[in-house]
Design a protein around this ligand. Structure first.
Ligand SMILES: Cc1ncc(COP(=O)(O)O)c(C=O)c1O
Length: 391
């Protein structure tokens, strides 16, 4: 008999998918909210039944549980929700973003292969390309990807992967995902996109031709600064291969953190919409301040790839990440940041709380991850910080 809980939400609107996909009453207790399955293993009735499960397990069949390093019902519910939001056939949830990135890369690169990576990436991703992959016999090139011919020029017969951050950390360069997907596929390469800075509420790389999308789910997916999480999503074939690495490397998330993420994803569209609205207001406000040299935000017409953002972003969202560069130098950056009262000075991003990361190493850039506070309070705080900076 078909059940009201078997409804396929994958064709419904994004907000509905965020709330409903992947979840339903627990098959045993009927608990409506997905339970936290804190179990390492699962008990079977007979040796024969167990043999059958092992054979199916080796094919990564869904909803099949043998051992929680490989699969867990709480994590599985989160995988299904992520698939619905990323428009992916399959997804793997890892312990953190770097676990997601390393699994996606190592599942697609062997010794003797070559990978092209954009020149502006998160620090640990940069270490992967500078040290870790070359030490394992994988050639790497870093290129400025805003000029597409730079990528084409770097392609070699052994190039297997093009990797980049859709909106880069920290300089907020927006990659032309559809054009780079075409270059990758014309040359038989996999195209892997880290979409941490945007989230699927702003842009979905798989819709624009990327093969695999990765996230630090720690950021917008979790959104409350309380759990680490990593996401890899793509076709069933690509994800089967990633899952083989994930299982053997032991990159799984804990069921509790998967549950925290599952709970948070339901409000991700609401949070990101509010963060985008706040970020747009703040970006425009900073841009007209006399103390500011320049503001980088993809929603501003002054952003070099604003037209591209209008083309590939969805729901009128331009995301919550902006960078402000003050006139003056290191002293002004520190005086301004120290004088603010609302945003903590902290790493990470995507939280409901506004976070500020002053970056001496990037020519005194101030990276702001805009939260869900009332934007008038943020403006008042930044205004008084400018006054104090000048005293
Ligand atoms: C763009 C990007 N990718 C990946 C990561 C790594 O994520 P995690 O800290 O969850 O391992 C980060 C962390 O800040 C990031 O900014």
């Amino acid at each position: 008999m078909s059940s009201r809980y078997d409804t396929d939400y994958s064709k419904m609107h994004f907000e509905t998918r965020a709330v409903k996909a992947g979840e339903g009453p627990d098959p045993v207790t009927k608990a409506l909210n997905t339970p936290i399955y804190e179990t390492s293993t699962y008990g079977y009735e007979t040796a024969e039944q167990y043999d059958e499960m092992l054979a199916l397990g080796a094919q990564w069949a869904p909803d099949l549980y043998i051992y929680s390093r490989t699969t867990n019902p709480t994590t599985n519910a989160l995988e299904k929700k992520v698939m619905a939001l990323e428009n992916a056939e399959d997804a793997v949830i890892c312990a953190c973003g770097m676990a997601a990135i390393s699994n996606a890369l190592l599942a697609n690169l062997d010794a003797g292969d070559h990978v092209i990576c954009s020149d502006d990436t998160f620090m640990c991703t940069s270490s992967m390309f500078a040290d870790i992959l070359p030490a394992k016999g994988i050639e790497t090139s870093r290129v400025e990807i805003l000029e597409l011919s730079n990528i084409e020029k770097e392609i070699r017969p052994n190039t297997k992967v093009i990797y980049l951050e859709a909106l880069s950390n920290p300089q907020l360069k927006l990659a032309d995902i559809p054009a780079i997907a075409k270059i990758a596929h014309d040359h038989g390469c996999k195209f892997i996109v880290d979409n941490t800075f945007l989230s699927p509420c702003v842009m979905r790389p798989l819709d624009w031709g990327a093969d695999i999308v990765v996230h630090s789910g720690t950021k917008y997916y979790v959104g409350h600064g309380d759990a680490l999480c990593g996401i890899v999503a793509g076709s069933k074939k690509d994800i089967d291969r990633v899952r083989y690495y994930y299982d053997n490397f032991g990159s799984h998330i804990s069921p509790f953190n998967a549950w925290l993420a599952l709970r948070s994803v339901r409000t991700m569209p609401l949070r990101v919409h509010k963060q985008s609205e706040n970020a747009m207001t703040l970006a425009k406000w900073f841009e007209q301040r006399p103390e500011v040299d320049f503001v980088t935000y993809p929603g501003l017409e002054s952003h070099g790839q604003h037209k591209l953002a209008e083309k590939i972003f969805v729901n009128g969202n331009f995301g919550g990440m902006l960078c402000v560069h003050l006139k003056g130098g290191h002293e002004e950056m520190c005086r301004f940041a120290d004088a603010t009262k609302i945003p903590p000075i902290a790493t990470s991003l995507g939280d409901v709380v506004t976070l500020m990361f002053p970056k001496t190493a990037y020519n005194n850039l101030i990276r702001i991850s805009v939260g869900c506070e009332d934007v008038n309070d943020l403006i008042a705080d930044f205004e008084q910080a400018f006054e104090q900076m000048k005293q």
